[in-house]
Design a protein around this ligand. Structure first.
Ligand code: NAP
Length: 264
C-alpha cells in the first residue's frame, strides 16, 4: 500500500493522457499507465516505457499495463493490477479514445466503425468507471478522509456536428451523460465526477488534419488563436486533482481556447 495517492490513466502512453500523467505525478500521485499499442499483430511498449521513465524521474512510482479498454477482461486486469501494485486508486482518468479509422459521411458510414468507436470511447469508460467506482466506495469506507475523483475526457464533438465522423460525436456526447449519471450516483460517497472537454489539441490524433485546423484557427475559429496543447488539458485535470473543484461535481470543463462561445 502506497502512502501517495494513485491514479489510473487510460490511453496514457502519449498525447493528452501522457500530459495528464506527468501533471498528476508532479502533484505527488503514483501512476498506472494503460495503453494499447497493437498494430500489425504485434505490440510495442516503446512509448509507454518512455512515459514511465519520465514519470519515475519526477520521484513517484509508475507501472505500465498494456490492455484494450474495450475488452472486459483487460479492464478487470487493469483494476486488479492496480490493487496488487498500489492497493489503492484515488483518481480515475478515462482518457483513451480513438477517432474513426476513416472519416466517412453518415450517409455511408459503417456499423463496424460505429461499434469500434463506441466500444472504446463510451462503453469502455462506462464500465471501467463502474469497476473503479465500486472499489472507491469500498476504499472510502476504510479511509473516509481520502478524496476520490473521476475525470472523463469528452470533446467539443459532444455538441459540435461533424457528419463525417458521426460515431465519434455520439460517443463524446454520451460521455457527457455518463458524467452526469456517475456524478449523481456517487455524490453520496463524496466521489467527484467531471467532464473535461478539450478543443483542438495538437496530438497524433489531429496530425492528419493539421493543415485544415491551422487555417481555421488563423481565421478565428477559436478566441485564443493557437492550437491547444496536451498540457492545457493536463492543467485542468491538475486543478481537479488538487481539490480546487470539489464543490463542482458533474461540471463540464471546456479546455478549448474559447471555441464553445457563440458570437455575433
Ligand atoms: P492520441 O494521441 O491518439 O492518443 C490516444 C491514446 O489512447 C494512446 O495512448 C493510445 O494508446 C490509447 N488508446 C487508443 N485505443 C486504446 C484502447 N483500445 N485501449 C487502451 N488505450 C487505447 O489521442 P489524444 O489526442 O491524446 O486523445 C486523448 C483523448 O482526448 C481521446 O479520448 C480523444 O478523443 C480526446 N480528445 C482529443 C482531442 C484532440 O484534439 N487531440 C480533442 C478532444 C478530445 P496506444 O498508442 O498505445 O495505442
Amino acid at each position: 500500500m502506497s502512502d501517495r495517492p494513485t491514479a489510473i490513466v487510460t490511453g496514457a502512453s502519449r498525447g493528452i493522457g501522457k500530459a495528464i500523467s506527468l501533471e498528476l505525478a508532479s502533484l505527488g500521485y503514483d501512476i498506472v499507465i494503460n495503453y494499447f499499442d497493437f498494430k500489425d499483430d504485434k505490440s510495442d511498449d516503446g512509448a509507454a516505457i518512455e512515459t514511465q521513465n519520465e514519470i519515475k524521474a519526477i520521484g513517484v512510482e509508475c507501472e505500465i499495463l498494456r490492455g484494450d479498454v474495450s475488452s472486459p477482461d483487460d479492464r478487470r486486469r487493469l483494476v486488479d493490477f492496480t490493487k496488487e501494485n498500489f492497493g489503492r486508486c484515488d483518481m480515475l482518468i478515462n482518457n483513451a479514445g480513438v477517432a474513426p479509422s476513416k472519416r466517412i459521411d453518415i450517409l455511408e458510414a459503417t456499423e463496424d466503425s460505429y461499434d469500434r468507436v463506441m466500444n472504446i470511447n463510451l462503453k469502455a469508460p462506462y464500465f471501467l468507471t463502474q469497476l473503479v467506482a465500486n472499489w472507491m466506495i469500498e476504499q472510502k469506507k476504510g479511509n473516509p478522509k481520502r478524496n476520490y475523483r473521476i475525470c472523463n475526457t469528452s470533446s467539443l464533438s459532444a455538441y459540435t456536428s461533424s457528419p463525417a465522423r458521426g460515431e465519434y460525436c455520439l460517443s463524446k456526447a454520451g460521455i457527457g451523460m455518463m458524467t452526469k449519471l456517475y456524478a449523481d450516483r456517487l455524490a453520496e460517497y463524496e466521489i467527484g465526477v467531471f467532464e473535461i472537454r478539450p478543443g483542438i489539441i495538437m496530438t497524433d490524433m489531429t496530425s492528419a488534419v493539421k493543415d485544415k485546423y491551422d487555417k481555421l484557427i488563423a481565421e478565428g475559429l477559436t478566441l485564443t488563436k493557437r492550437w491547444g496543447r496536451p498540457e492545457d488539458v493536463a492543467k485542468a485535470v491538475g486543478a481537479i486533482a488538487e481539490g480546487r473543484l470539489d464543490f463542482s461535481t458533474g461540471q463540464v470543463i471546456n479546455v478549448d481556447g474559447g471555441f464553445h462561445l457563440r458570437r455575433l
